[in-house]
Write a protein that binds this ligand. Structure first.
Ligand code: GLU
Length: 365
């Protein structure tokens, strides 16, 4: 993976990369990253930063000792901390004559197509203005059901939406290891995220804090499906990007080769929701040959969803078949599953589409 060849790069900084244990913002470190970003920009590479740290900085400013604050309180803490975070960024980028723009995102901004396109336009316009977008989750309004909660997946979804070709997740480890006790076992390249890979992270002896590495693997899935490279690398040193290039030390998640258009990439790499539609073998065959999903092939619906929501289509043996956008709500499908299309109007009491999911809204996995 040649970092210097990527055209659009998203760099994700975790709270501990940017805020030290005492709750102080790491100015010198950020200045060294900015000098790396300056070089990337000189090389005509577009850069987006996704930075955590609002809650950590807010806690230290408000002198809240508790490591884990309750969600309600963390929203208020983040609203205080985000100002400090972005002020620090603004001051230090300004010193280097680079403008920044702040983008605060909730899952609706990435998971609703129209809003995702709006967000993409804002990113593109910031690039045109020569400004570096600095992104964080809008923690002040995001509640637990509608929250990313981690900036790994958020960064991956941003990378997909803006058509980035590289996401670099800066962490406090060199990447993904076969065994944490053996530093020689760094996995240099991952081409598929299967159970073997997931088990490495689930193991009890893992010191990353499994949440940390698990959400990075979730992010990698999003990137790989979207055709975007992803690296997990150590960001602890000064000039982290320069160091990574020099040492060639990271885990590289290789993107799938895909001929999907941007909209279908958006559908396939959507945040995994728990909503599922189960289908029989006949419907599974039909979908795989490019047909729409009709009510007759549906055997079961799991979870509640609205029209236009992203759902997973699963066969009766529990194999994932497709990701798709449903044209009906879960309540409606529960009423018409197993029936013929011409019965829909009678049962629901109003005229509607004859396909539960149109073929244009289906991406086979
Ligand atoms: N958005 C949170 C913050 O800025 C952090 C989320 C994360 O740690 O990934 O404090």
């Amino acid at each position: 993976m040649h970092i210097n060849k990527a055209k659009k790069i998203v760099i994700k900084l975790g709270s501990s990369t940017i805020v030290d244990e005492k709750g102080k913002f790491k100015k010198k470190w950020l200045l060294s990253l900015i000098s790396d970003i300056k070089k990337l920009k000189k090389n005509k590479q577009e850069v987006v930063l996704v930075s955590s740290g609002a809650i950590a900085l807010g806690q230290s400013y408000l002198k809240i000792k508790n490591k884990k604050v309750k969600l309600e309180m963390s929203q208020a803490v983040a609203s205080v901390g985000q100002i400090h975070l972005i002020n620090e960024f603004q001051k230090l980028f300004e010193k280097n004559n680079i403008k920044i723009g702040q983008i605060l995102i909730t899952p609706d901004d990435t998971e609703k197509r129209r809003r995702a396109l709006n967000a993409r336009r804002t990113f593109e316009n910031l690039f045109k203005l020569g400004a570096v977008p600095v992104v964080n989750e809008n923690d002040t309004t995001a509640t637990s059901e509608i929250k990313y909660g981690d900036n790994d997946r958020l960064a991956a979804r941003v990378a997909q939406i803006i058509g980035a070709d590289l996401l670099i997740i800066l962490s406090d480890v060199d990447g993904l290891y076969e065994s944490v006790s053996n530093k020689k076992s760094l996995i240099k390249k991952v081409e598929i995220i299967n159970n073997n890979i997931i088990n490495l992270v689930n193991k009890k002896n893992n010191t990353y804090g499994s949440g940390g590495m698990l959400t990075k693997l979730e992010a990698a899935k999003i990137c790989m499906n979207a055709g975007c490279n992803m690296l997990i690398a150590n960001g602890s040193n000064f000039n982290p990007i320069k160091q990574i290039i020099k040492k060639n030390l990271f885990t590289w998640f290789v993107p799938k080769i895909s001929n999907l258009d941007a909209r279908k990439k958006w559908i396939i790499s959507s945040l995994s929701s728990s909503a599922k539609i189960y289908i029989d073998q006949g419907a599974s065959k039909a979908l795989k040959s490019g047909k729409s999903l009709l009510p007759s092939g549906i055997t079961k619906v799991l979870g509640a969803f609205k029209k236009g929501d992203n759902i997973l289509i699963v066969d009766n043996n529990n194999n994932d078949v497709a990701r798709a956008l449903s044209s009906f709500t879960s309540d409606e499908i529960n009423k018409i599953k197993g029936l013929q299309s011409d019965q829909i109007e009678n049962i629901l009491g109003y005229a509607s589409k004859s396909e539960i999911v149109h073929k244009d809204d289906i991406v086979i996995l």
